[in-house]
Design a protein around this ligand. Structure first.
Ligand code: WT7
Length: 644
């Protein structure tokens, strides 16, 4: 077993798992009685016995322009293909088909701005805005297969822009609004986007973020972008470059922005979006998802896990700029015809009552968030949520990293009043949707994502691929393909094969990059990443990208970053830098500012230490294990492979 597998499981996590393994919470009878899925075992077995039949049945719940010839084609593995030959467009299922029913009058989106502004969009209104936006994109020359980069805060236009892009058969690449210049420039360049959609600014904790200035600099660095479409959000002054930049509201007022727009007919396997995520080495990878399989996967998993009903007011508090938002704010809920809530700002602004107040005000029934947000809100004490009526809630969710049992119990008791089961969903940008997760009927153990969903064959295996014994750590693998899986790394198929299929691909198994263990009841406990990915407040960051931001400062010759445990964020970044000879040493603060400007606030190290050497193996690989031990003041362990 690799070094990594061992040092990820800290003594504390080990003790937590062992204690929580015996702590079981049963779902209330009324939740079980109302659940869409009442029998896990029979669905699970149906999928094991007939994977194609199982997914075909789920796919039949959606509309297709033309049916598939084959559900799963494994002939080009690991380039698996789903619903081969089918014609579809995810926007048809997310919008068009609802407009033919009573749902045209149902609210698709309820939105609150950080500044208290409020907007609602019915399915009809959302359909109209998407069509107008799509016609604007067409007028800028966007065609089927072109890439459109979208960079803005949590406002309805972000969702509208995604759907408009997909509607005309173009490919969206959403870049999280908290990223900064270099991160955005790299992603525009890799996707070769010719249109960038952004906003003048965004609201964050009472201040405005200068999105358009960052976008201008990124466009200058990357090339490719021909037009920038700007949404007015804050009204702050921005530079508009004549004939390159346009205000969205100006174009929407023109006759070109008709509210009629045909939905492009796509092959099931045509690309829908690229979403960049960090991996083991180098630049972020463009994870590619397609129209057909993805729509089946996100709608099915959302229906099962959060048990979506017409009466729900569902709130996924993630950002649409991450996969959680793509699958479970935008596509999943819209395909199911659900009503979603979206909030622009942070959980504790201006006060720590903000979320609880909105749950009461809008009557939210399902809340899906991340452990880091729960821990952050828990810190303020229970008197804040206790002042609000949270009785509308019926299910809770968690995603992004393992949830520590203490935060789980607080969430369960204080927010859910011991009536709302917590869906701890394990999945990844690459998997498209939930993979290992309870259903509302599943007995829960705090900190375990429980069991694989029906249709998913997961295992924990050792170096040779043998299933691990109970409570033994190993590699988390997925042994059969699923419709929501990534299809490739955009523009780099070799990297796709190398990253996910080089270890166990000969057996047809997908390597998730996480370590895990299974307990005696078959419950899976995810431990953490086994690669150089750090989860900071649930955000996935690659060491390489942060290190390259550090060395882009003239005073830094070499840099290495690691994740160290942090009470609220799960992990915090700790950086070690070798100063460049002959250049004045910058202050720690100055270097942090530099990372903030290049990568964004989420990538800023909590600590930066200057050192004269970095521990490396003879092959030149940085020994992060040694750095981590140093940062934590622990013994450095076996140094036999350290470079002499
Ligand atoms: C990595 C994927 C998928 C949405 C957000 C994250 C970690 C995610 C859990 C969970 C334990 C989790 C894993 C995974 N992770 N959810 N419920 N329990 N770990 O997507 O940014 O692609 O990150 O997040 O380490 O590999 P992502």
């Amino acid at each position: 077993m690799s070094d990594h597998l061992h040092d990820e499981l800290t003594k504390e996590r080990e003790a937590e798992i062992l204690a929580a393994e015996r702590e079981v919470y049963y779902p209330p009878a009324e939740v079980v009685a109302a659940a869409h899925v009442k029998d896990y075992q029979s669905l699970y077995e149906q999928a094991v016995n007939d994977l194609e039949g199982f997914w075909a049945e789920r796919a039949q719940e959606l509309e297709w322009y033309a049916p598939w010839e084959k559900v799963l084609d494994e002939s080009k593995a690991p380039f698996y293909q789903w619903f081969v030959g089918a014609k579809t467009n995810i926007v048809h299922n997310a919008l068009d088909r609802h407009l033919k029913t009573w749902r045209r009058n149902k609210l698709a989106l309820i939105w609150e701005g950080e500044n208290g502004e409020h907007r609602t969009l019915s399915y009809f209104a959302l359909g109209r805005e998407v069509n107008k936006f799509a016609n604007v994109l067409k007028s800028m020359g966007v065609r089927k297969g072109d890439r459109v980069t979208i960079y803005m805060g949590r406002i309805p236009e972000l969702i509208i822009a995604m759907l408009a892009t997909a509607k005309i058969g173009a490919i969206h690449s959403v870049v999280y609004g908290g990223f900064s210049t270099e991160a955005l420039a790299d992603r525009i360049e890799d996707a070769r986007s010719k249109v960038l959609v952004t906003a003048d600014g965004g609201w964050l904790r009472g201040k405005t973020v200068n999105l358009k200035d960052i976008a201008d600099e990124a466009v200058r660095r990357s090339g490719y972008v021909e037009h920038v479409l700007v949404v007015k959000r804050t009204g702050q002054p921005v530079n508009m470059q004549t004939s390159r930049d346009f205000w969205l509201h100006d174009l929407l007022a023109l006759p070109i922005a008709s509210q009629k727009c045909d939905t492009e007919v796509m092959d099931a396997e045509d690309p829908l979006f690229i979403l960049y995520t960090s991996g083991t080495t180098g630049r972020p990878k463009g994870v590619l998802h397609t129209h057909g399989g993805y729509q089946v996967y996100v709608s099915t998993t959302l229906k099962w896990v959060f048990d979506i009903k017409d009466e729900d007011r569902y709130w996924c508090a993630a950002d649409p700029g991450w996969i959680t938002g793509h699958s479970y704010i935008v596509y999943g809920p819209l395909i199911l015809g659900a009503t979603s809530f979206m909030y622009e700002g942070g959980p504790d602004y201006p006060f720590p009552n903000r979320w609880w107040q909105m749950i009461e005000k809008y009557g939210i029934t399902v809340l899906y968030t991340a452990p880091t947000a729960i821990r952050g809100l828990m810190r303020y004490g229970e008197s804040w949520p206790n002042r609000y009526d949270l009785s509308s809630l019926r299910l809770l969710g968690s995603v992004g990293e393992p949830i520590n049992p203490e935060a789980w119990r607080w969430y369960y008791r204080v927010i859910g009043k011991e009536r709302c089961p917590i869906m701890d969903t394990w999945w990844q940008t690459e998997t498209g949707g939930f993979m290992i997760s309870p259903l509302p009927i599943t007995p829960l153990k705090p900190g375990s994502a429980t069991r694989p969903l029906p249709g998913i064959v997961a295992d924990v295996v050792d170096e040779e691929g043998n299933s691990c014994k109970p409570n033994e750590d190993g590699y988390l693998v997925i042994k059969r393909p699923w419709p929501g899986m990534l299809r490739t790394v955009y523009g780099d198929p070799d990297r796709y094969v190398q990253q996910y299929w080089s270890k166990f691909g000969h057996k047809g198994w997908y390597l998730a990059g996480d370590s895990a263990r299974r307990d005696e009841d078959g419950y899976i406990w995810v431990i953490g990443r086994i690669d150089d990915v750090i989860k900071v407040a649930g955000y996935r960051l690659g060491t390489a990208e942060i290190e390259s931001a550090l060395v882009s400062h003239p005073a830094v010759a070499e840099a290495a970053v690691i994740g160290v445990p942090d009470e609220i964020k799960g992990h915090a970044i700790h950086a070690f830098c070798i100063p460049r000879a002959g250049v004045p040493l910058p202050t720690e603060e100055e270097l942090k500012q530099h990372v903030r400007k290049e990568m964004g606030p989420i990538a800023v190290p909590a600590r930066i230490e200057f050192v004269s050497v970095l521990p490396k193996t003879r092959s030149g690989k940085i020994m992060r294990r040694v750095l981590r031990a140093r940062a934590l003041g622990q013994p450095e362990g076996d140094l036999s492979t350290l470079e002499a």
